[in-house]
Design a protein around this ligand. Structure first.
Ligand SMILES: Nc1nc2c(c(=O)[nH]1)N[C@H]1C(S)=C(S)[C@@H](COP(=O)(O)O)O[C@H]1N2
Ligand SMILES: [Mo]
Length: 408
């Protein structure tokens, strides 16, 4: 029997509950129909606490990711540790994934409150309207963040707006509404977390029917669902979980052992464009030099193991060989600390160019890579040459690089 059936069976006769002002004004006819003891502040506060933790973690790691993508930050994003962005973004996606079952159970546990009778006194009514409005904003923002984030993870963009800007803006709305909600509910949260889970002190007066399971079982199931959701997807960034994570969007498969974000053909990059006619242009003001791939390969090479850490949550490590970007900048006497615009043979789309801030451009491990895992780059990984820099979001690791322009 489901909790819903229980609610139905023990619902009061309509004529009785239609009477206004019963149960000391605390209940309304509709609200009274939710009688399950599982829908309690004791459950809502416990699930809400973990939901709040997940949102807090997603917010902080989201700020990191947003900051890492600024082209000209006032304080430079650090070039290390090399795994920093990879871990931070994996945690971001894991926190959002865990939040999905938590949010569902949380909404389920407080759902009857939607049907609470509004107070009659005008001042109290205004307060209630404001509080409910703020909860409406919180719920809408939370659902938007999780839905848009999940869609992004699967590379599904059924909208026209910029994912990054919108997800970032709504994050502030969500975290603001969340902090307000916690502040308003603090007495209830304290009371609920400070007493045993089966305590009925904070329950709605009519929520007396035992549910089909105990509160403890409901909570265990919720933690299990959250942990399960993470384990089934985290293999996209945690190699050890690759076999377990059957729902992970990308699990290390791809040419040369690294997944592909966008193939050359999807990006409109043809075999002809990367053939014998390919040139790399390095430009600084009036000065410019042009190199063929053979000339690039003749320069001193450096090999480094660095991850591709996609904003969408998957990541994979590769061993890259190529020319340090700084070596190329020296050919045009670029000053240290100057930023570099990197342009791809791909002409459309936001990832057709990127800006390497000065600290990345100067870092000895920032390479114009020609090879991956001991072979020349696959065309889908950016042949003839692609940027690979430590501790950078994947979206900025531009492939099929044809032009680099010093910005100072
Ligand atoms: N020119 C170009 N470079 C690009 C992209 C692209 O679409 N076009 N995608 C970026 C993204 S989002 C990621 S995660 C990495 C993925 O690199 P890979 O496909 O070699 O794994 O490439 C980046 N470089
Ligand atoms: Mo990406």
């Amino acid at each position: 029997m489901s909790a819903h059936d229980t609610d139905r069976e023990s619902a009061r006769p309509t004529e009785q509950s239609a009477e206004p002002g019963t149960a000391g004004g605390a209940g309304t006819p509709l609200e009274d129909r939710f009688t399950s003891r599982l829908r309690s502040a004791a459950v809502a506060a416990r699930v809400g606490m973990w939901l709040g933790i997940c949102f807090g973690i997603a917010f902080l790691t989201g700020l990191i990711s947003h900051y890492a993508q600024l082209p000209d930050p006032s304080v430079p994003f650090p070039t290390g540790p090399v795994w920093g962005y990879r871990v931070s973004q994996a945690v971001h996606v894991a926190a959002g994934t865990a939040a999905v079952p938590l949010l569902l159970v949380k909404l389920w546990s407080v759902y009857p409150k939607l049907f609470e009778r509004p107070p009659r006194i005008p001042r109290a009514l205004v307060m209630t309207a404001l509080l409910r409005g703020s909860i409406g904003v919180l719920v809408a923002a939370a659902i938007f963040q999780l839905a848009s984030g999940l869609a992004n993870v699967t590379q599904w963009y059924p909208w026209d707006f910029s994912f990054r800007r919108t997800h970032y803006a709504v994050a502030w709305v969500a975290i603001g509404a969340l902090l307000l909600h916690v502040a308003v509910k603090l007495p209830v949260i304290r009371g609920a977390l400070g007493s045993p889970v089966d305590d009925t002190g904070l329950d709605r007066p009519n929520a007396t029917a035992p549910g089909p399971v105990s509160r403890r079982t409901l909570l265990r199931g919720t933690w299990g669902a959250a942990a399960g959701a993470v384990l089934l997807t985290a293999g996209a960034s945690v190699p050890l979980l690759r076999k377990v994570s059957i729902f992970a969007v990308r699990t290390g498969e791809g040419p040369q052992g690294v997944p592909i974000n966008r193939t050359a053909s999807a990006a409109g990059v043809t075999a002809e464009a990367v053939g014998d006619g390919y040139r790399l242009e390095v430009v600084r003001g009036e000065r410019s030099i042009t190199l063929t791939r053979a000339e690039l390969a003749a320069l001193e090479q450096r090999t480094r193991t660095l991850p591709i850490a996609c904003v969408e949550g998957w990541s994979a490590s590769g061993t890259w060989t190529g020319v340090p970007v700084r070596t190329l900048l020296d050919l045009v006497q670029a000053p240290r600390g100057a930023g570099v615009r990197v342009e791809s043979l791909q002409t459309r789309g936001a990832s057709s160019s990127s800006v390497l801030p000065g600290n990345f451009a100067d870092h000895p491990d920032t390479l114009l890579a020609l090879g991956l895992n001991g072979e020349p780059l696959d065309i889908d990984h950016g042949f003839p040459a692609r940027i690979i820099a430590p501790n950078r979001p994947g979206v900025l690791q531009t492939k099929w690089v044809t032009r680099m322009e010093v910005l100072a």
